[in-house]
Design a protein around this ligand. Structure first.
Ligand code: PMP
Length: 380
């Protein structure tokens, strides 16, 4: 009998009570219940974003909030710094290009994380830069960027720091207010344990000032409209009501656990996975790996694409493969959202077994033992 396990960095598994709630009859999005729902969700999101700033939402995937963070913050002729360390950093640059923004790229080798000194150097050469666009976890490589250090470079300058926390929100720490991050964007289908279709943005005071100045075209992605409506528990356009219901339930879980504990849980799952991979004898791909997912560099003799396909077809285990130039070369195992230590054991044991089945010399149980050690040490 096949049973499916989803270990991808989005979408992620959804708690059963959220799935059941989505099966209830749909409601009108202007009902009193919907107003209360929207207000409650936006309030709880503040806890997850670790901010006192308002959070707004859009009915779109995460990229909608990314595009909004370009269209709403910038003006024609603006110059920005974009950290490109993989597919999602590149996406910031592509969106800026689409809006005719002058991009100064800081290219980082895939798997590596940006040195804040490199950003500082560009900022001192280009003090007129309007914003730095960065990524908390570069999901295509599993690398974590030191956003606190970047904020340390931007917060005393007029330049805004805009962070893509699409995959890492709730898994890797991001203290928007304490660190001085100006804008954070994210989405529903990763750490927030909800299906794809909702995107979020939180902006601080100086980011809202930039919104007031912005002259780039926008309509559906207009942050001001989304923000003003959201404060009233309303929306400018028909929202994904069903997803909001699921999100409320998922957020209840995070708020009950407490965001700091949620991040600690992810940290423990990530540490166990990393130790397991090392015990199996394979190298990690990221030099500074995130809590969100673990990327594993595969030996030349393993065809990563075939491995990922085999695991899904034969075992019902879905890992993510590599993207673009990393296709076939890495495997990405997420430990994200509605997951705990037992899920990690499944992910690792299946990984070991899969490697053995394709003829790779692996000492079965080595990875599991390493992971169990992390878990038992931390609970005893
Ligand atoms: N940024 C990051 C870091 C991501 O992981 C993703 C999705 N994998 C995106 C942006 C794009 O989000 P979406 O596919 O929801 O538009």
């Amino acid at each position: 009998m096949k049973k499916h396990f989803l270990f991808t960095p989005g979408p992620t598994p959804i708690p059963p009570e959220a799935l059941l709630a989505m099966a209830q009859p749909i409601d009108y999005h202007r009902s009193e219940d919907a107003v209360a729902l929207i207000k409650d969700v936006l309030e709880k999101l503040k806890h997850v974003f670790q901010t006192e700033n308002d959070v707004l939402f859009l009915t779109s995937s995460g990229t909608g909030a990314m595009e909004g963070a370009v269209a709403n913050l910038l003006c024609n002729g603006d110059k920005v710094i974009v950290i490109r360390s993989g597919k999602f950093g590149e996406r910031w640059a592509e969106i800026c290009d689409a809006y005719g923004i002058d991009v100064i790229p800081i290219d980082v080798r895939p798997g590596d994380s940006v040195a804040s000194e490199a950003v500082e150097a560009e900022l001192s050469d280009n003090p007129d830069v309007q914003a730095v666009y960065a990524t908390l976890c570069e999901t295509s490589t599993g690398a974590l960027h030191d956003i606190e250090a970047l904020a340390g470079r931007t917060k005393h300058t007029p330049t805004l720091l805009v962070v893509d926390a699409v995959s890492a929100l709730g898994a890797d720490d991001l203290q928007m207010d304490n660190w001085g991050v100006d804008v954070v964007v994210s989405c529903s289908q990763k750490g927030l344990m909800t299906p794809p279709g909702l995107a979020f943005a939180a902006l601080n005071g100086r980011a809202w000032e930039a919104v007031e100045q912005s002259d780039l075209p926008k309509y559906y992605l207009d942050f001001r409209k989304a923000h003003e409506s959201g404060l009233k528990g309303s929306v400018p356009y028909t929202p994904a009501v069903t997803l909001l219901i699921a999100l409320q339930i998922a957020l209840n879980r995070i708020c009950d656990e407490g965001i700091r504990n949620t991040i600690t849980r992810h940290n423990r799952m990530a540490l166990a996975t990393r130790n397991a991979v090392k015990a199996i004898g394979l190298p990690l791909f990221a030099t500074s790996p995130a809590n969100t997912l673990t990327s594993i560099r595969l030996p030349e003799e393993i065809d990563g694409k075939a491995f990922v396909k085999m695991m899904r077809d034969r075992h019902g285990i879905t890992y993510a493969g590599g993207q673009a130039e990393l296709s076939g070369k890495i495997v990405r195992i997420a430990h994200l959202g509605w997951m705990n230590e037992n899920d990690v054991i499944v992910a690792i044991s299946a990984f070991e077994r899969g490697l053995a089945e394709i003829g790779y010399d692996v000492s079965l149980g080595a990875g599991i033992a390493a992971a169990q050690e992390v878990f038992t040490k931390q609970t005893s």
